[in-house]
Each structure stands twice: as C-alpha cells, then as structure tokens.
Design a protein around this ligand. Structure first.
Ligand code: TYD
Length: 215
C-alpha cells in the first residue's frame, strides 16, 4: 500500500511520516519511508540541482527534473517494495507537482497530469494526508524550529531555491492543495497542521487502520 504526505514546507509532514513509520514497525508491519525529491543516488543529485542551485531554473525544466527524480525512485525502490507487500510512506508525491509546478508556477494542469502519470507509473496513493497550514504560519514555524532570527535581509535568508519563491507563490500552492483535497476527498485527508503532533498522529493512524481493515 502506498501512502503519501503533502503540504507546504514547514507543515510538519516529515514528523508525521516518521511517527507513522515507527508506529507500523512497532506493530511488526513492514514499512518504508522515502522523501521526494530524492531517496536514491540519482534522485538525490537531482534534488541538489533543484534545491541548492543559485541560478533560476525555468518552470518546465523544473517540472521535468522533479518528474525524472520520481521516475527513478519509483523504478528503483517504490515499485519493488509495493510488490513485496511493504507499506511505502512518501514524504511528497505527485500532488506536490500539481500544487507547486501547476498552481504555484502556473504550468498547464493537463500537461502536469500526463507527466505525473508517466513519472509515477500510474501509481495512486491509497491515502494522502494533506497537512494544511497558512504560508505565514509555516514560515514562522520553520524559523522558530531552526531558532533563526527573523531579522534577515531578503538575500541572506537561509532558504532553498523553492523556498525563495515568495509568499504569493506559497499562497497559490496552498490553494492548489485545497483544490485537490476538494476534488479527491476519498483519497486526500485534509488535516489542520497546527493541531498538536500527537493528535494528528492518532487521527492519521485511525484513517490507516480503517483502510487496512484493522482495529
Ligand atoms: P524539502 O526540503 O524536501 O521540503 P519539505 O521538507 O517541505 O518537503 O524540499 C522539497 C521542495 O521541492 C519543496 O519546496 C517542495 C518542492 N517540490 C516541488 O516543487 N515539486 C515536486 O514535485 C516535489 C516532489 C517537491
């Protein structure tokens, strides 16, 4: 079974991915957690290109680099793990592309849907947890976690290339996620990211138990 976590940067996805993986392991259920972009050598190189580059990358090239990273991760790890019956937990999957490159960068959504299908080999998560947060709150949270002062000049902010895209970009990305959650309520569970971590974890586990048919 494939499960994905989505949300803008600073929504607390990675914490929930870790908690869910630990929960499954302690119950003797095999689970593999992976992040996108990355997870395998080539995809990590693409990740560095996408996030650490000081230069601009055109939106279509950006889209195709995220897709290339996903295709490599799918063929190398995700598909073989699913075939073995392992639960695969993804910190981001193709909904990130729709939200960031589609709604955020403004690329054509039909084209993105086609590329997403190719890059993910038609895989669709059984469940997607979308952690909803206002971009302003996400930014504050990110800085307070890193104990960074907010008094940085724009060019000195310790942000990666995506995070330098600005607040309006993140507002569009969030709108994208909200639209997806409305379009696919059966698959996408929308959660308020500001709720306590343990509360969210409990709710996530209960959705998963229902899906797995266990109590
Ligand atoms: P990462 O540091 O993993 O951010 P986070 O911890 O928030 O997941 O960086 C991944 C960045 O790449 C993040 O800004 C979202 C972006 N992204 C896309 O724009 N499109 C995609 O398809 C994916 C997978 C990620």
């Amino acid at each position: 079974m494939l499960i994905s976590f989505e949300g803008i940067d600073g929504s607390g996805k990675s914490t929930q991915v870790h908690l869910l993986k630990t929960y499954l392991h302690t119950r003797g259920i095999e689970a593999l957690a992976l992040r996108e972009p990355g997870g395998v050598a080539l995809a990590e190189k693409i990740r560095a290109l996408l996030l650490e580059s000081k230069q601009d990358i055109h939106p279509t090239a950006e889209l195709l680099l995220f897709a290339a990273s996903r295709a490599e991760l799918c063929e190398t790890l995700i598909l073989p793990a699913l075939q073995k019956g392992t639960i695969v937990i993804l910190d981001r999957f193709y909904d990130s592309t729709t939200a960031y490159q589609g709604f955020g960068r403004g690329l054509d959504l039909q084209m993105i849907a086609t590329i997403n299908r190719i890059a993910s080999f038609g895989l669709v998560p059984a469940l997607t947890f979308y952690l909803d947060i206002l971009p302003e709150d996400a930014l504050l949270r990110k800085f307070s976690e890193k104990s960074l002062p907010l008094a940085f000049g724009k060019d000195e902010l310790p942000l990666d290339r995506m995070e330098r895209s600005g607040l309006d970009f993140y507002r569009r990305v969030r709108e994208g996620y909200l639209t997806l959650a409305r379009q696919e309520p059966e698959r996408i569970v929308q959660l308020d990211a500001l709720r306590p971590v343990s509360d969210l974890h409990r709710e996530i586990v209960s959705h998963l138990q229902k899906k797995l048919g266990i109590g």
